[in-house]
Design a protein around this ligand. Structure first.
Ligand SMILES: [Fe+2]
Ligand SMILES: [Fe+2]
Length: 362
């Protein structure tokens, strides 16, 4: 698809990077807070054996030495960044900033939950996940620091806006973002394994072991949800549908807004996104009794339409004034209607498997 790109606001200074990280739009990563008392009441006894096995994996910490930069890293990054086109460089910086922000968002949420509860099972889990996310965020931030664009994470924590989510929304949304994070990283890693000449930054070499952390984080939420089966039945399946669609649509629009990044890796954004959807849908059968029919032509057309509407929204914002505002209003209505139509498309239904856990086999 050859639509015009949204204007990417140039990231040239640490202030620009910070402004980008604090941006609040439908598409940018958010910081969350939740009901700690409810988190304290989580009971994992129905899945105790699987839980204990998972906690042993966290304790074993097989990635404890992974997020260290090698001596060659900075040099390689410097040479490769200098060779990038300005467009690719901007999209890559944008990717690094939104990745740090979302890794750090997980770190803060898991840390805050751990701090505010007594429940030993959940507290231990949250500590382990916060440990992992803090390594991930710090590692990406190093790559921004190479260019004087490192984020002040302490300041971000104090000043970025927090969104309150009920625990069940945290479970659905965070489960999906961990699993989709796995699917995205592993798809990129496999592509660059086949085409090392397209690996335009050393950070991608770290993705394989990295994404196993995300996979395990997702497993943790899968176990919590399976221990509370009412979360996966009845009216809650409407929420599951909503979160699946919201997460897929956000990813689709964002990836198509910065196509250079995928193209530089030899990936076509639409094909890449559907590969990621397919992997995520396959994994999420461990916990969700339904998946979206991503091969339905109406689904594909709806996703495309959401992207085109978001491009026109950017143009209307840039135009400003009364006309610009009226256009934005009309476009928001069209986007909501498109989302609603996508939401109402038929879905696939599945029985939940007896064994909850899935292996990261992609
Ligand atoms: Fe992470
Ligand atoms: Fe994670």
């Amino acid at each position: 698809m050859q639509a015009a790109h949204a204007p990417v606001h140039e990231i040239a200074s640490a202030q620009d990077a910070e402004a980008k990280a604090k941006q609040e739009t439908l598409l940018t990563p958010r910081f969350y807070t939740t009901d700690f008392a409810a988190m304290d009441r989580i009971d994992v006894s129905p899945i105790r054996a699987e839980w204990d096995a998972m906690m042993a994996e966290y304790e074993g910490d097989n990635n404890h030495d992974h997020f260290q930069r090698t001596p060659e890293f900075a040099e390689e990054a410097r040479t490769q960044m200098a060779a990038m086109s300005p467009e690719l460089r901007q999209e890559f910086l944008d990717f690094l900033i939104s990745s740090v922000t979302s890794e750090f968002s997980g770190c803060i949420l898991y840390n805050e939950i751990a701090k505010h509860i007594e429940n030993p099972d959940v507290k231990a889990l949250m500590r382990y996940m916060a440990r992992d996310e803090s390594r991930h965020a710090g590692f990406i931030n190093q790559s921004l620091k190479d260019f004087g664009l490192g984020l002040d994470l302490g300041d971000l924590k104090r000043t970025k806006k927090y969104t309150y989510f009920k625990p069940k929304y945290i479970f659905y949304a965070t489960y999906l973002s961990e699993k989709i994070g796995y699917a995205r990283y592993i798809t990129i890693f496999r592509q660059l394994e086949r085409h090392p000449e397209k690996r335009f930054h050393p950070i991608f070499r770290w993705f394989e072991r990295w994404c196993n952390d995300e996979f395990r984080h997702g497993e943790s939420f899968a176990l919590i949800m399976r221990a509370h089966p009412h979360l996966l039945r009845g009216a809650n399946t409407l929420w599951i549908r909503f979160f699946l669609l919201a997460v897929y649509a956000t990813m689709y629009v964002r990836d198509h807004t910065r196509p250079e990044l995928k193209q530089a890796m030899g990936l076509e954004p639409t094909e890449y996104d559907y590969t990621v959807f397919r992997i995520t849908s396959e994994i999420s059968k461990q916990v969700f009794p339904l998946s979206l029919d991503i091969d339905n032509p109406a689904f594909r057309a709806g996703m495309d339409r959401l992207f085109r509407l978001s491009q026109r929204m950017e143009a209307a914002k840039a135009r400003g004034g009364l006309i610009g505002r009226l256009q934005q209003g009309a476009l928001a209505v069209s986007a909501a209607a498109t989302f609603a139509r996508l939401y109402l498309l038929p879905v696939h239904r599945h029985e939940l498997p007896r064994d909850v856990r899935v292996a990261p086999a992609w």
